[in-house]
Design a protein around this ligand. Structure first.
Ligand code: NAD
Length: 425
């Protein structure tokens, strides 16, 4: 199929997702526990992603080059990689698949997609929109099942040319090994332990609001969530008070209740993991200034109160490991240099924030921090769909998704020499 025709299908898929956003967002909230607003917002974002890649199908797909021979027409063009396996997590069950499927299809690949076990309904909703929009039979294939059962085949099958994976570090690195030893292209987007640095000159109200958003919205189940907050000693107490106030006051509850700001965790397994980390925090003698436990008043749901921890050791488990829950650990810094050193002291490098009114400090931080995404006076989570997204260090395999950057992964160059068939022609 010609690229513009593929684009038309993707545009229709985007429009269908917009039309169905309320219903799909509702399903997403019921299935994954994200609030209704977040679920509908995520679906609309996916719609925009499909329309963006629809437009990309009209962009130039190659370059011409001067050749040493004046008779030669020399050009290179991007061709599809082939069959792509997309493996996605449960925490953005519509948006993450969208930012893999849309470029994979736009650039002419076929896809086998394996969503996370927790979100079959929302995955089917996304598939329906694409099939209803006219994706031809066989081009997009949904496989549901446990990663440990179906995963290996999807990664190692000889017909698979490339694997795009988003999920945990342990699963991702194992997939990378299997894929590379078979000569397949592989892309990993993994976890984070994202810092927010609050400098002494920051607007503390703004900083507390954005750190709370980064740490507590979606119950902290975002790879770009803020989980370490590094605060200049001079403003530590007033900042901690403001953050704790939000942790206590932000409504926690039923994902479908429009007044809810923080919904439940996605599963019992997530609940046990997060409660386990809170237990570790106690063992590691952290002080709990807000939250720190399950909210039993809300019945048997997986509700964990937004939590603020202080007196944490930079080497402790809760500061080193990704928790994937509504938990912010606060660390004090003596200077800008000290703050950056603490911020960079992590195996991860996905996103980071700095709060300051000083342009010099903002620019220095943007240079000094080792992260794929840096935000000044904004929460660490969230990125628009037309810019490159990915991490450094342990957060990624080094590639980038979204925007034009996605083209690198889903296509490969072919270089073509054409000479006239008749010598002297
Ligand atoms: P996970 O690694 O448990 O699962 C991710 C996907 O891999 C699921 O579809 C799962 O079924 C599949 N899988 C599991 N074992 C497999 C195997 N052996 N072979 C093939 N596939 C297998 O991760 P999760 O719990 O679903 O997601 C949470 C993690 O994802 C967090 O670490 C989070 O930081 C990360 N994440 C990263 C980004 C990013 O863009 N960097 C975005 C969202 C989430």
């Amino acid at each position: 199929m010609a690229a513009p025709a593929r684009g038309e299908i993707l545009r229709r898929a985007g429009d269908l997702l917009d039309t169905r956003a309320d219903a799909i967002g509702h399903d997403l909230a019921r299935e994954e526990g994200k609030t209704l607003g977040e679920g509908v917002g995520e679906t609309r974002r996916a719609a925009a992603i499909f329309r963006y890649y629809a437009a990309q199908t009209l962009e130039p797909d190659g370059e011409t080059y001067p050749s040493a021979s004046p008779r030669t027409f020399l050009f290179a063009r991007r061709e599809p990689v082939g069959v792509v396996t997309a493996i996605t997590p449960w925490n953005f069950p519509i948006a993450i698949p969208a930012w893999k499927l849309a470029p994979a299809l736009a650039y002419g690949n076929t896809v086998v997609w394996k969503p996370a076990e927790l979100v079959p309904l929302t995955s089917v909703r996304l598939l329906e929109a694409l099939l209803d929009a006219g994706v031809p039979e066989g081009v997009l294939n949904l496989v549901v099942g446990r990663g440990s059962v179906v995963g290996d085949t999807l990664v190692t099958h000889p017909s698979v040319d490339a694997i795009s994976f988003t999920g945990s570090n342990s699963v991702g690195r194992a997939i990378q090994l299997k894929a590379t030893e078979r000569g397949k292209k592989v892309q990993l987007e993994l976890g984070g332990k994202n810092p927010a640095v609050v400098l002494a000159d920051a607007d503390l109200e703004l900083a507390a609001e954005h750190v709370a958003r980064g740490a507590f919205l979606s119950a902290g189940q975002k790879c770009t969530a803020t989980s370490r907050v590094i605060i200049d000693q001079a403003v530590f107490e007033p900042f901690a008070e403001r953050l704790a106030q939000r942790a206590v006051e932000w409504p926690l509850g039923d994902a479908l209740d429009p007044t809810t700001k923080v919904g439940p965790l996605a599963s019992d397994q997530q609940l046990q993991t997060v409660l386990g980390y809170l237990e570790t925090a106690r063992t590691e003698r952290a002080s709990i200034v807000a939250g720190g436990d399950r909210n039993d008043d809300l019945g048997s749901g997986y509700f964990v109160r937004p939590t603020v921890l202080t007196d944490v050791d930079p080497t402790s488990t809760i500061v080193r490991e990704e928790i994937f829950g509504p938990v912010a650990a606060l660390l004090a810094a003596d200077s800008y240099e000290d703050a950056v050193e603490i911020a960079n002291d992590t195996p991860f490098g996905l996103s980071a924030s700095v709060f300051t009114n000083d342009l010099d400090s903002a620019l220095r931080f943007a240079r000094d921090i080792r992260a794929g995404v840096v935000k000044v006076n904004q929460e660490s989570a969230g990125l628009e769909y037309h810019v490159p997204f990915g991490g450094t260090k342990g957060s990624s395999s080094g590639s980038r998704e979204q925007g034009k950057a996605a083209r690198e992964f889903y296509t490969e160059w072919k270089t073509i020499y054409i000479d006239p068939g008749t010598p002297g022609g």
